[in-house]
Each structure stands twice: as structure tokens, then as C-alpha cells.
Design a protein around this ligand. Sequence first.
Ligand code: HXC
Length: 257
Amino acid sequence: SDYETIILERRDRVALITLNRPEALNALNLAMMNDLVTLAAELDADESVGAIVITGSTRAFAAGADIKEMAGNSYMDAYLVDWFSGWDRLSAVRKPIIAAVSGHALGGGCELAMLCDVIIASDTAMFGQPEIKLGIIPGIGGSQRLTRAIGKSRAMEMILTGRSMNAAEAERAGLVARVVPADELLDNALATAATIAGMSLPIVMMAKEVVNAAFESTLTAGVRFERRLFHSAFATDDQKEGMTAFIEKRAPNFTHR
Ligand code: HXC
């Protein structure tokens, strides 16, 4: 593979990306950020890919941005390269990304999980924004995405104290879609991704786009946007196929057009 810090495997229409810096609990250094956003953009452009899964190791999804790499930098070092803005390229991906989280998802690791569209957690998962203990604040969207995901009071408490949430608490708070036993995590995430990848790709992309609009717009504007994309679904072959298949009592054969 062309990537040093991640591993890509293809399972039919699903792409599985495994973060692979086990010696550092998958700490997100700049090489890993670049590998991940570059690969994600390639997979986004590949019509044979319907969904993406990002996972780590059993012990750690990712234990944060790489503290050893960050430690000696100055404000100017950070400002001039617009540190961590590269992660924005992951939120520009139009296909669904599922985070399969086991073990530590801390700091940048929690933020990476929240950059994904769905989080599936193992019962060993721990989520937290411990930056405050290092004398910094979240820097890859955590203050915004965690607050939207679990509400102000819970997000404030976590970000101000640095305390982590376990999987059960993350599920109650609505941060994760579901919690599964650790040894079923990957199969569960891959099955969910395969289900999505079996749907019409352009319709899946529209569905992701409208749900994301809920975070970016007013209710009226979001509902209007949804209605327009709903109308545009009727321009696809897959809408004709999906509805014809239902009426003929058979499975649809989507052509992703
Ligand atoms: C660099 C890290 C790391 C990190 C772990 N390691 N997390 N290296 N950056 N974020 C390294 C350790 O230094 C150690 O390397 C090896 O991984 C194993 O970690 P241990 O600490 O020995 O493991 P353990 O005792 O099991 O503790 C696990 C842990 C702890 C609780 C997750 O590693 C930890 O607290 N890590 C830091 C978590 C954190 O603060 N994350 C937020 C980072 S700031 P050696 O060489 O000693 O074996 C952030 C900001 C993002 O993410 C926003 C941008 C500004």
C-alpha cells in the first residue's frame, strides 16, 4: 500500500481502513492525517465503493493527536500551516463513514470518531476530550461536535474536567448508534456498511447530505433542502428500480445511477 500509517482492505463495496500505529495507541500524527484524508478522498471518487469503515485496534481507536509531535511547537508553527485543518477534508467526503470504536477514543481520536457519520462502539470503548489536562483545548472540532451530539451540560463537563465516558454512557447520551461486544465490533460495523453499500449510491449520498444539513441550517431551510433533494431522487434510475421491485415483490437491483 502507499500508506505508512493505515491499512486498506476491500470487502466487496465496503472499504475498511485500519489505523495502524499500535506502538503509539494510534496517536494521530500528521502523516496519519494526510494518509487518511488522501485515501478517503480517493475512495470517495471510486464508484465501486459504497461505504467506508474506519477502525483502530482493540486497545485504542486513537488516543488523540500525537502529543510528542505537538509538544515543541509555537503559535506561529501552528498558525502558519493552519494546524489540523486537513481534517476538514474528511468531513467533505460524500459517502458514509462508520467509525468502529474499541478502547480509547480520546482527544483527536474522539474527534475523528465524531467526524464520521455513524459511531458503533465496543463495550470497551472510552470517549473523552482530555485536552484540558495538557493545557490545551479540543482542536479538531470536538467542542462543536460533542456539544451538538450530547448537549451543552454533558459536553461542558467532559471538556472542562477531561473525564472520559464509557460505552454505556456514550450510548445513553446519544453519541454512539449502538454498543456491541468487543469481539463482534468489526463484523457489526462491516455488516452495517454492507447494508448501506447495497443501497443506491447517489441516494445514500443525498441522505447523508440532508442529515448533515440539520447541523448547518434552520429547520425551515433544512426541510426545504430535503424536499428539493427528495424531488431529485425521482431523476434517478434507482428510484424507478426500487419502486418497481417493491411492486413486483422482488429485491431491487440498484445500478447506482
Ligand atoms: C503520543 C501517545 C499518545 C498520544 C499514547 N501514546 N497516547 N503518544 N500521543 N496522544 C503513547 C504513549 O506515550 C506510550 O508510548 C504508548 O502510546 C502507550 O501508551 P501508555 O500511556 O503506556 O498506555 P496506557 O498506560 O494503557 O494508557 C493509555 C492512555 C494514555 C490512557 C490512552 O496513553 C493517555 O492518556 N494518552 C494520552 C491521551 C490524550 O491526552 N489524548 C489527547 C491528546 S491531545 P511509549 O513510547 O511510552 O511506549 C489531542 C488534541 C487534539 O488529541 C486537537 C488538536 C489540537
